[in-house]
Ligand binder design. Structure first.
Ligand SMILES: [Zn+2]
Length: 163
């Protein structure tokens, strides 16, 4: 059973090694495996590796979904809107100059931090043992096709959608 987080921010389970939340977040933000901090978390720009190439920790359990874009929008929006307002108040530049400055900056910032945000969120899921990142949990597991079949019980018919 779990003990929840203690004052150290470490998520502990009895019988399992602790997974520090903050350290995992930093490793994920650095695009590294949250378990070892050495292997690459991504095999392409936003494509998460099936498992860490260094320590073998399975990374395919993640369910980042659309949380990384959401947090990226929040971060980039606060940065860019603050800069837009500051520059407008200080210099009152023409609108074309605003567009020429902020549109490329928004795109570049978004593309730069999106992998780090996704890495940090996946590392957080790993540290909290969510979505199959807990090797002892039975939930989130996909049972194999033959898991519940005893000897001699009839095999259920397979669905065949071929014409
Ligand atoms: Zn690793």
């Amino acid at each position: 059973m779990q003990d929840r987080t203690g004052p150290s921010g470490v998520y502990r389970y009895e019988g399992s090694p602790a997974r520090p939340i903050f350290g995992s977040l930093l490793r994920g933000a650095a695009l590294k495996c949250p378990a070892c901090g050495t292997g690459a978390m991504f095999r392409r720009y936003l494509k998460v590796a099936h498992a860490c190439p260094h320590c073998g920790e399975e990374l395919h359990h993640h369910r980042a979904d659309d949380a990384p874009p959401y947090f990226t929008i929040v971060i980039v929006g606060h940065v860019v809107v603050s800069l837009v307002l500051a520059v407008e108040m200080a210099y009152r530049p023409p609108l074309w100059l605003h567009a020429a400055l902020w549109l490329p900056l928004t795109v570049i910032l978004t593309l730069l931090i999106l992998p780090s945000v996704k890495g940090a969120l996946i590392a957080l899921q790993w540290a909290l043992r969510m979505h199959g990142f807990d090797p002892e949990a039975e939930e989130d597991m996909v049972p194999s096709f033959d898991a519940d079949l005893g000897q001699g019980s009839p095999r259920p018919p397979r669905l065949d959608f071929r014409p």
